[in-house]
Ligand binder design. Structure first.
Ligand code: SAM
Length: 227
């Protein structure tokens, strides 16, 4: 019963990985990976008591407590040195929160981990954090499920400085090259919403010219990509 979104995240986990899934909620992703023998070890991190209780329940039910280690902790604090984690998944939250978890947990990162990140919104914030911390994006995927569009970004630490243009940060370097139908649909919808905002602002008694200009600029950035 794994969602297409989490199924797709799971496909980026290499066989035999030592995984930390941060913000795991019911632990569906690590349970799926453990049952398919895709991981040899898993840390299941949760900051909230309800979700960690759910995780413990599910892991117990599946008889996987020897493989999966549920921990109540804030972000990467769930990871201990002797876990020898090589893969970190953070899925189903906003890009700002994902970036904050990475930033606050920086000293836990050895630079050898593969990061698999699935922000629900604010993908540009995640890409900017990765660039600023010398992570190179390895793959990007975009998919639609239940009328939501999701992006999955994987990254590894680079030996050299990493640079992405503003356009690449916003749209995704690989997604931009690929321009899949789902990608086009996402940005056409985004443009439609921005156009509606501009229209309403222009109808207002006191139109905020600066704000309108800013949004028109955003629309122009989308036009350059979808047209
Ligand atoms: N990763 C699962 C998925 O993709 O379906 C669950 C996503 S759920 C919407 C987000 C989870 O992240 C919540 O259970 C929340 O408690 C947890 N969370 C939020 N901030 C966190 C933090 N700083 N550290 C660990 N978990 C966190």
């Amino acid at each position: 019963h794994l969602s297409k979104r989490l199924e797709t995240v799971s496909e980026h986990v290499e066989p035999g990985s030592r995984l930390a899934d941060i913000g795991s909620d019911h632990a569906y992703l690590p349970i799926h990976l453990a049952k398919n023998k895709q991981i040899s070890y898993g840390v299941v991190g949760e900051v909230a008591k309800g979700p960690i209780a759910n995780a413990i329940n599910e892991i117990t039910k599946e008889n996987l407590l020897d493989l999966l280690h549920p921990r109540l902790a804030d972000g990467l604090a769930a990871i201990k040195n002797d876990d020898r984690i090589d893969t970190i998944t953070i899925a189903g939250m906003g890009g700002i929160l994902i970036s904050r978890i990475l930033e606050q947990g920086k000293e836990k990162l050895t630079g050898r981990e593969r990061l698999i990140l699935q922000p629900n919104v604010g993908e540009d914030v995640v890409r900017t954090w990765l660039m600023q911390h010398q992570y190179r994006i390895k793959t990007e995927q975009i998919l639609e499920e239940d009328h939501h569009i999701y992006e999955i970004i994987t990254a590894v630490k680079s030996q050299q400085p990493v640079h992405y243009t503003a356009q690449q940060l916003k749209f995704g370097p690989y997604l931009l090259q690929e321009k899949s139908p789902v990608f086009i649909a996402k940005w056409l919808e985004e443009r439609r919403q921005l156009q509606r905002v501009v229209m309403n602002m222009k109808r207002a008694v006191h139109e905020d010219r600066l704000k309108i200009q800013k949004i028109e600029q955003q629309i122009e950035e989308i036009n350059e990509v979808v047209n």
